[in-house]
Design a protein. Structure first.
Length: 394
């Protein structure tokens, strides 16, 4: 039986149709339906970073070959696990061979200094964009401060935020300091350029009533008990422990000690480990979640039964989106809940040093931002004003 490519490679996802043939994923037609053909289809789709619909939805197109569809689903998750483990590749190609060689050597130095792989990718990306911005044929040895200012001004003109400009300037200055060390330049062209000033925006937080309403909304969601328990656990770990998104997704079962009521966060932001206490309410939530999910899951606390792998960022995003929608709140995120935790603790006169340790902030200035939105704390401090003291002067 011959299946045309347009039908074989078009899958329904909600109200959208994605035609994989038009995207150029597979350059040939699938002439017969068999498990290997499906495996190739799934494998190439994953290589091209497309998310496929669930295997069950394919049955409406290939109803008579359920065994092949099932085999294709198994192979899909096998290939998915293989390709997701790969790190983003670094492309060093620029026209100038000297700059290309320097980028490669700089990358080796960053690795020796134990920089995160994604940080290295971003730094090299900004340097490549700057080199490609220069006039054709211009050498690194001829760079001036005017070239640096022109580039930053061009980014400002296309509405880059001041904070992004600061990141660009820091990355480029880091690279050209390396060039100075190698004798290519006498000084970095970005050295004496001031950091762009950026607005200090008050962090967004939830009111205490909204937070309570958010937690209660989970019980009203039209999902099974396990999904509700997963939602309660995800929100509880952020609201009670201040975990970041990445720390939450990377938390393993062995990192949670329910007897000692302690969570160990391994290699969080800034590559720091920290121990966090958990209260009895959160311990009960964790035990209920582990009881409902059984032993069919992987080593991560928030993992999927389907492939025994941890939740990814998109799954966590959809989880918070659904809970926010059920509660009638606008875009609740893990970072918003972290800020809410800091504000609630400040309102109850917790020390800012303790909150810094709980949140995992490197600088206490980062924690101090939340004093701006803690109105209860400000009211208590304003009440100490001598003109507001009762019976003053009597």
């Amino acid at each position: 039986m011959r299946i045309t490519t347009s039908r074989a490679l078009s899958f329904e996802k909600g109200s959208k149709y994605i035609n994989y043939w038009s995207r150029g994923i597979i350059k040939r037609e699938i002439k017969s339906i068999h498990a290997n053909g499906y495996s190739i289809l799934y494998k190439n789709a994953i290589k091209s970073h497309f998310r496929l619909v669930k295997t069950a939805q394919l049955k409406r197109y290939f109803g008579g070959w359920r065994a092949a569809v099932k085999a294709a689903g198994i192979n899909y998750y096998k290939y998915e696990a293989l390709y997701k483990k790969k790190k983003p590749r670094i492309n060093y190609f620029v026209d100038d061979p000297v700059a290309r060689n320097l980028l490669w050597k700089w990358r080796r130095e960053l690795i020796l200094k134990n920089y995160n792989h994604l940080t290295i990718v971003l730094k090299i990306k900004w340097v490549k964009r700057f080199i490609n911005f220069l006039k054709k044929g211009q050498k690194l040895e001829t760079l001036t401060r005017n070239d640096a200012k022109k580039y930053l001004f061009s980014k400002k003109a296309i509405k880059y935020s001041p904070r992004t400009l600061q990141i660009i300037k820091t990355s480029l200055n880091h690279f050209f300091e390396f060039c100075v060390k190698k004798g290519i330049l006498k000084e970095s062209p970005f050295l004496e350029i001031d950091f762009p000033r950026y607005e200090k925006i008050m962090p967004a937080v939830l009111q205490e009533e909204d937070l309570i309403h958010l937690v209660r909304a989970i019980d009203e969601m039209p999902v099974d008990d396990l999904a509700k328990a997963r939602g309660r656990l995800a929100i509880g770990l952020i609201v009670y422990c201040g975990l970041r998104r990445r720390e939450l997704l990377s938390l393993k079962k062995r990192d949670v000690d329910l007897n000692e009521m302690i969570i160990k966060v391994k290699q969080g932001k800034h590559r720091k480990d920290r121990l966090l206490p958990i209260n009895r309410k959160l311990v009960e939530t964790i035990r209920e979640y582990l009881r409902l999910r059984g032993n069919d899951y992987g080593r991560y606390l928030l993992s999927n039964k389907r492939n025994n792998r941890k939740m990814d960022n998109s799954q966590l995003h959809y989880l918070f989106r659904d809970i926010s929608k059920q509660a009638g709140l606008k875009r609740v995120t893990p970072h918003l809940l972290r800020g809410t935790l800091a504000t609630l603790l400040l309102n109850r006169e917790a020390s800012i040093r303790s909150i810094q340790e709980l949140m995992g902030h490197n600088s206490i200035d980062t924690t101090a931002r939340y004093t701006q939105v803690s109105m209860d704390l400000l009211r208590k401090e304003m009440a100490k004003h001598p003109l507001l003291v009762e019976n003053m002067g009597e």
